[in-house]
Design a protein around this ligand. Sequence first.
Ligand code: PMV
Length: 348
Amino acid sequence: MNTVSVRAPSNIALAKYMGKSDSALNIPENPSVSMTLSSLCTDLSVSETAQADDCFSEEKPYFTKGTAPNLSDGGRAKFLRHVERVRGGLDAFFSEFGLEARNLQDRVEIKSANTFPHGSGIASSASSFAALTLGVATFYAKDREAFRDLFDVSAPFRRKLSEISRQGSGSSCRSFAGPFVSWDQSTSRSMESGLEPLRDLILVAGRDPKTVGSSEAHQRVKTSPLWKGRVKRAMDRHCKILDAIHHGDFETLALTSWEEFFDMHDLFHTSAPSFTYWNDTTRLILESLSHLPMDRVCVTMDAGPNVHCLVRESEATKWKSHFDTVFPGVEILEDHAGRGAEIIEVST
Ligand code: PMV
């Protein structure tokens, strides 16, 4: 069968991308930095189809806890537009790296499955769009093994893919490398860490799809009185966080991340009209976490109700059982840092 399968992880931002200076190209107002995750990911296959149009379907989505499949028609259309975008840029991209494309007139069938709840603030658009970009680009390479070799060894090649991906979903450009990735304007770069390996314990406060999607949030934050000065605050924290990661300074990382996610959520809470991703469980969790020592747990939140707690691997079991006791009934997802999107299988 003429098919390729890929996997791309989500990532959790510590300095946040919120607000765009160019909405068409997804250019951020400020730089951001994230930890790439590993098993919270999107598995995606791209196959040849005899149909006249591309098609996209969600396979075995995260139904197990009673959630419904929730890729809306709009969501599916956004994915299909991105397939067109990727395909449209392949001739130029491939020739830059000495590759050739297969027949770009062929249409594709895409099947995608997330290993975590869709739409609840674990960045599913990051993993989905990274997987989609990588899957479609790999599919159309005439020599897929040569494509895979370049993807494995060439940082500029990965970077180029991440730039294409960014145009579908900004945060997806940070899912092509790891363990930490900094994204400034159009380009993202991986950075090594002086920190002990970290584990992300995600306290799942809610699983409902978001009422305000991230595209809307990027626009609405600019109506907040707190938007004034936001870019400077975010840039300062971005620098501090890069420095803390580089020097293995966990306490500064945790303190700065705490300020940064509150700053982002304060923008949501004060925009016009205001909105929130928090629910009662989120508030309870945050209240309790505010009493923890800053040098042990680094707390952050994405655009959703769930709370990410980054802890040292060596202390993860202890913290997990602490959270199990303090927050009974709250599901905890776990993941560790990864190295970004990968090609799983290609037929030649
Ligand atoms: O990539 P988008 O447009 O879904 O934006 C996501 C933005 C946040 O997840 C809220 C923050 C970030 O930097 O990932």
